[in-house]
Design a protein around this ligand. Structure first.
Ligand code: NAI
Length: 462
């Protein structure tokens, strides 16, 4: 048994970042992790492996569609799926080992096994119980499936199984047009599968700025993804390694069946808190299964805190990381803080889609007087040269003060471009501040500046 200032349960982006920050601030820290490797869902079966497959399949798409036009002639590469999976596995390994290294460097102990909290101040891992002044739950989330749909991770898969398919399927049916469905759907489309996405609502990516969502759907359709919107999946039946997806159209209740080799269930995730013993401890849990916390991540039990996917807010790795840093700083006597109005969201398709702050729909609903500055990547020299002219930057600013209220980008490197707007928003900048900042030419970032100019006297290149 050992005594720690802080024990964190879970080594995903929330937990491991929190641990490193705690250690940097002089707290004796340990992390409990039951997987064989550190990094949680994000590094092992989420963000990182999916990005490897997105990158590889995008390279193939470039070779098939744009190489010849650039004067790169010759045989188009074919898919060696086994090698692509090993590339993905190697990428995961580099990242998870990186965290192990960082733990050693910062003297964070890894308590191997699944943890539970028998009482405040104690964490049990296997047969050992450790003392901790503070316990932070960073146990993440798990796939939430639908009634009538059983995930076997072979024919009916979650994102985890979709990253480990034995081959590229001929036909993939994706249930849910959210982030996971569209990222992985576009991977398999580019690798040659027929992909049909079935979505309950009448638009893809709920919550996204509607104009961007429309453009996004049009772009994905052009890439060959098929969509059935307004459809509620009733059941998935499997037989002989194939599946039949039954869904009802919400507009007329008519029933339809879609055959598939693989079905990807991407209908959201729910907090994962099994086995922690929270009920016995009296830790407050919401109706949605989230651990209830106050503004400083404290649960209803003194000395126990929670961060990341298992509490309220967007289930995003970087939101969890920021909360991890904030709670570490709070426990070290500093003023940890997360700026929830400035958390970017990114969908790593090609083109990428990124957003921060309010959507136009939210501003309308709130009755805020706003203006819109838009700029198409067609007017951006770098994008044109790189066959990346599809998409646009849209900045929403307060009509009278010019303060930036939100930004939405669909286009090349949108997930990187969004950050200059995040920084501007953190500093309470006006669109004019961005517009007056010199941007190097030729870069994609100039499109952001042009959108900022469009909030004022107008962009130059449109
Ligand atoms: P999601 O919440 O993004 O999308 C789920 C979709 O499924 C919604 O559009 C919903 O309307 C639809 N749906 C629900 N029930 C349905 C039914 N019966 N029939 C048809 N459609 C139905 O969830 P997703 O994509 O599974 O992602 C889970 C979490 O992981 C999200 O919170 C997401 O933000 C996070 N994530 C983030 C990534 C990123 O930041 N790039 C990448 C992957 C996941």
């Amino acid at each position: 048994m050992s005594a720690y200032d802080v024990i964190i349960i879970g080594s995903g982006p929330g937990g491991y970042v929190c641990a490193i920050r705690c250690a940097q601030l002089g707290l004796k820290t340990a992390v409990v992790e039951g997987r064989d490797t550190l990094g949680g869902t994000c590094l092992n079966v989420g963000c990182i492996p999916s990005k490897a497959l997105l990158h590889a399949s995008h390279m193939l798409h470039e070779a098939e569609h744009n190489f010849a036009a650039m004067g790169l002639k010759g045989k188009t590469p074919s898919v060696d799926w086994k090698q692509m999976l090993s590339y993905k596995t190697e990428t995961i390994g580099q990242n998870t080992k990186g965290i192990e290294f960082l733990f050693k460097k910062n003297k964070v102990d890894w308590l191997k096994g699944w943890g539970s909290i028998p009482e405040a101040g104690k964490v049990k891992v296997g047969d050992e119980t450790h003392d901790a002044k503070h316990i932070i739950i960073a146990s993440g989330s798990e796939v939430s499936t639908l009634p009538g749909v059983e995930i076997d991770e072979k024919t009916v898969v979650s994102s985890t199984g979709a990253l480990e398919l034995s081959k590229v399927p001929n036909k993939l049916v994706v249930i849910g047009a959210g982030v996971i469905g569209l990222e992985l759907g576009s991977v398999y489309k580019r690798l040659g599968a027929e992909v049909k996405v079935i979505e309950f609502l009448d638009a893809i990516t709920p919550g996204m700025d509607a104009e961007i969502a429309k453009t996004f759907q049009r772009t994905l359709k052009k890439q060959g993804l098929e969509f059935q919107l307004g459809a509620a999946v009733q059941s998935v039946d499997t037989k002989g390694g194939k599946a039949k997806v039954t869904y009802k159209l919400r507009k007329d209740d008519s029933e339809h069946v879609e055959d598939a080799d693989i079905v990807l269930v991407a209908t959201g995730r729910r907090p994962f808190t099994d086995g922690l013993g929270l009920e016995a401890l009296g830790v407050g849990i919401s109706e949605r299964g989230q651990i209830k916390t106050d503004g400083h991540y404290a649960t209803s039990v003194k000395g126990i805190y929670a961060i990341g996917d298992c509490i309220d807010g967007p289930m995003l790795a970087h939101k969890a990381e920021d909360e991890g840093m904030a709670i570490a700083e709070i426990l070290a006597g500093q003023k940890g803080h997360v700026s929830y109005g400035v958390i970017p969201g990114v969908i790593y398709t090609h083109p990428e889609v990124a957003n921060v702050g309010a959507t136009e729909e939210q501003l309308k609903e709130a009755g805020t007087a706003y203006k819109v500055g838009k700029f198409s990547f067609m007017g951006n020299g770098r994008a044109k040269a790189n066959f990346a002219g599809d998409g646009f930057v849209k900045i929403l600013a307060d009509k009278s003060t010019d303060r930036i209220l939100g930004a939405h980008i669909i286009g090349p490197m949108a997930g990187d471009l969004i950050h200059e707007i995040c920084v501007a928003m953190e500093f309470g900048a006006a669109a004019e501040d961005l517009a007056r900042t010199c941007h190097a030419h030729p870069t994609y970032s100039e499109a952001v500046r042009e959108a900022a100019l469009a909030c004022g006297d107008g962009p130059i290149h449109s």
